[in-house]
Design a binder for this molecule. Structure first.
Ligand code: GLN
Length: 494
């Protein structure tokens, strides 16, 4: 049951072969067994979760079920969920109980889904390894001494270890796709504006976007049907007609033009990861795809541009944490200014402080033109690269991350090495484009451990249904997305 697709689970629930309470309890038992070592969940509330499952069973009995009614999900702790501890991985919000629901949470509630708990994450979504979390690191279920990726590391580990049916994540520069690659599951960052950011704690508002983290493309499509949609409470939410993201899943791929950017296959890419990606491309050729060589010439500028713009926006967004209204307040202080200073000094971790400093600097008078404005101009050029590329192909493919999961502690003291984890994902955020990571096989690490690799698929604006189709067809002829980590296999499956 723990490896079933969302569609299978929905069918089992609606034909009453299982109840939501049973299914939910199965996952809660696994969480009890594995979470103490993996640290994927940072807030659990069994009574609340079971009450939701009971309500779902009643709804199914009354004949009002929707496709995901009764299915248990994990929610990244960046989403405000009424009555739940909502920390964003920070000491600053460690005592914060959200008084309202994020749009994404409301959408899952309306669908009758069950909330298993809140998942661990890098502090304020800043990181690529989950090691900046105030609540400690998360273990990669494929190899416990390695990181799950970040910032959605808790959701990633929960999906990979089958501690939920699927999970939500957010992606500002790669935080859905990089962990999906490192943990071996399917993750989608939608076009900017497709999923409302209301109630999603802001990091860099012009880049932040929520998306599904699940076993398969079909699961992601079903979740997109729940998550996407106009919301007037987010001024950047797009007012578009509601889509059925499953509509194209089974279309043949004959004649699909796949662009391979030369910049994604050059220096910096682990050789073994490169081989897995090449094998995946070969599989696409068998499925009828045509390969086109393309170029995204400004790829190399995406990391520097992002590390001006994202910290600039973060420094502004995080100015609200001042110890006055909510969040951490220092116990002792002399006056108001001292209270601000001490509360922020104690409440934020080192990486968050680094970003606030950079952001404040690039926005300051005298440096604004040289850094912030220049970065905005290059952002436009990066977006333009994709406009040109999509004149030649339907989708772009390449690696989602330059390496497999690295060891905990390996990059924490080298921020630039950590930032390079997103070299293949960040430019899609800067352009506002959708991107996904799909399990494509396993590569050997230097010390001989076999670890998952994700194939990235980048689509044109609003082309999620096609990307999901492209991923789904591949998943029908491969089984990478069904593999489970040995370390967390139930006894009967071993
Ligand atoms: N790793 C990137 C960062 O630290 C992206 C994080 C994200 O997508 N939230 O900013």
């Amino acid at each position: 049951m723990i490896n079933s697709s969302l569609k299978q689970l929905g069918d089992l629930l609606q034909t009453k072969k299982i109840s939501s309470v049973e299914l939910t309890q199965t996952f809660l038992n696994r969480i009890q067994q594995y979470n103490p070592s993996i640290n994927a969940y940072i807030a659990l509330d069994e009574a609340r979760t079971i009450a939701q499952a009971k309500a779902a069973d009643e709804r199914i009995a009354s004949g009002n079920a929707m496709p995901l009614t009764g299915v248990p999900f994990a929610q990244k702790d960046i989403f405000c969920a009424k009555g739940w501890q909502t920390t964003c991985g920070s000491k600053m919000l460690a005592n914060f109980i959200a008084p309202y629901d994020a749009h994404v949470i409301t959408q899952f509630d309306t669908a009758g889904a069950v909330n298993l708990g809140k998942t661990n994450m890098d502090e304020f979504a800043m990181g690529s390894s989950n090691e900046t979390s105030y609540f400690g690191g998360v273990k990669n279920p494929w190899s416990f001494d390695r990181v799950p990726g970040g910032s959605s590391g808790g959701s990633a580990a929960a999906v990979a270890a089958r501690l939920c049916a699927a999970a939500t994540g957010t992606d500002t520069g790669g935080s859905i796709r990089q962990p999906a690659s490192l943990c071996g599951f399917t993750g989608l960052k939608p076009t900017y504006g497709v999923v409302s950011r209301f109630g999603m704690i802001a990091f860099a508002s012009s880049l932040d976007q929520a998306g599904p983290m699940a076993k398969s493309a079909e699961d992601c499509a079903l979740m997109m049907n729940v998550m996407a949609g106009f919301d007037e409470r987010d001024s950047t939410s797009l007012n578009r007609e509601k889509e059925d993201y499953t509509r194209d899943l089974n279309k043949p791929l004959q004649g699909l033009k796949v662009g391979l950017p030369k910049e994604y296959f050059s220096e910096g890419l682990d050789t073994n990861v490169g081989k897995v990606i090449e094998a995946a491309i070969a599989e696409y050729k068998k499925l009828g795809a045509e390969i086109v060589d393309i170029s995204l010439p400004n790829t190399g500028l995406s990391i520097p541009v992002y590390y001006v713009l994202a910290p600039a926006e973060a420094s502004s967004n995080l100015s609200r944490y001042d110890g006055v209204r909510y969040g951490h307040r220092a116990a002792e202080y002399t006056d108001l200014m001292d209270m601000y200073n001490k509360s922020r000094a104690e409440g934020f971790g080192a990486e968050v402080k680094r970003r606030i400093l950079i952001g404040t600097y690039v926005l300051s008078a005298g440096y604004y033109d040289a850094y912030y404005l220049k970065a905005q101009q290059i952002r436009r050029l990066i977006a333009q690269d994709f406009v040109e590329a999509f004149k030649q192909c339907d989708v772009i493919m390449g690696p989602a991350a330059p390496s497999t999961a690295f060891k905990a502690g390996e990059k924490v003291d080298d921020p630039v090495a950590m930032y390079l984890q997103d070299i293949y994902t960040i430019s899609t955020n800067l352009a506002g484009l959708p991107g996904m990571s799909v399990p494509a096989g396993f590569a050997q690490s230097d010390d001989g451990v076999s670890l998952p690799v994700g194939l990235q698929i980048i689509g044109n604006y609003f082309d999620e249904a096609r990307m999901l189709n492209v991923a789904h067809k591949y998943q029908q002829v491969t089984d990478w997305h069904e593999r489970m980590p040995e370390l967390v296999l139930p006894k009967e499956a071993k």
